[in-house]
Design a protein around this ligand. Structure first.
Ligand SMILES: CC(C)(COP(=O)(O)OP(=O)(O)OC[C@H]1O[C@@H](n2cnc3c(N)ncnc32)[C@H](O)[C@@H]1OP(=O)(O)O)[C@@H](O)C(=O)NCCC(=O)NCCS
Length: 164
């Protein structure tokens, strides 16, 4: 498995990967139709990122962007790993690669947003929350479902990791 920068030739494979992780009527999965049909295709063109490649296939990807509060603080945009390759360290490797890039800028923290542990109970977001804790993020604050800056439909956890 190799991790390399995301480039234009990866766009179609990355969108297909997002589609594999779509949520279904039984409440399983992660990404909404808007996410894989609109948001991911747009964001991968404007955000920086990396892909994990193995056997000629894209097995995972990550993007990152700057965050407005606190100023100039990086935020993970999207991260996904092919379900048949979960729990093999690919997600952790993608995060590590982003961290290395951020440290080069002198910034020493990274944020990510995901449904709170409570909001994720009973869904696959339970494992997502565990993943972030597993790679060293801690809860920084909660953006409540009804807050004006929250359009995610559930309470969102803002998780922070201090980079060394
Ligand atoms: C979240 C995701 C990217 C993690 O990728 P991954 O390659 O499976 O994760 P890793 O194998 O690198 O896991 C690293 C560590 O995180 C923790 N972890 C990961 N998955 C976990 C799970 N299901 N339960 C508990 N801990 C978990 C563990 O500590 C793990 O280390 P270990 O395997 O040595 O115990 C992947 O599950 C995924 O694509 N999820 C769907 C999309 C998604 O949730 N995106 C983020 C939206 S906010």
């Amino acid at each position: 498995m190799k991790i390399r920068p995301l480039d234009e030739q990866d766009y179609a494979s990355v969108v297909e990967l997002g589609k594999k992780l779509r949520n279904t009527d039984d409440g399983k999965g992660w990404f909404t139709e808007d996410a894989y049909q609109k948001n991911i295709p747009f964001d991968i063109c404007i955000q920086k990122g990396f892909v994990a490649e193995g056997g000629g296939n894209i097995l995972g990807f990550i993007t990152y962007t700057s965050y407005d509060t606190p100023p100039m603080t990086p935020l993970i945009g999207w991260i996904a790993v092919d379900p048949s390759h979960h729990r093999k360290g690919i997600g952790a490797n993608l995060i590590e690669k982003v961290e290395t890039e951020i440290l080069k800028t002198g910034v020493k923290e990274l944020y990510v947003e995901t449904p709170t542990r409570e909001a994720g109970i009973g869904s696959d977001y339970e494992s997502t929350y565990e993943f972030y804790l597993g790679v060293g993020f801690v809860l920084d604050k909660v953006r409540l479902k009804n807050a004006p800056d929250n359009n995610c439909g559930c309470d969102m956890a803002v998780l922070r990791r201090v980079l060394e």
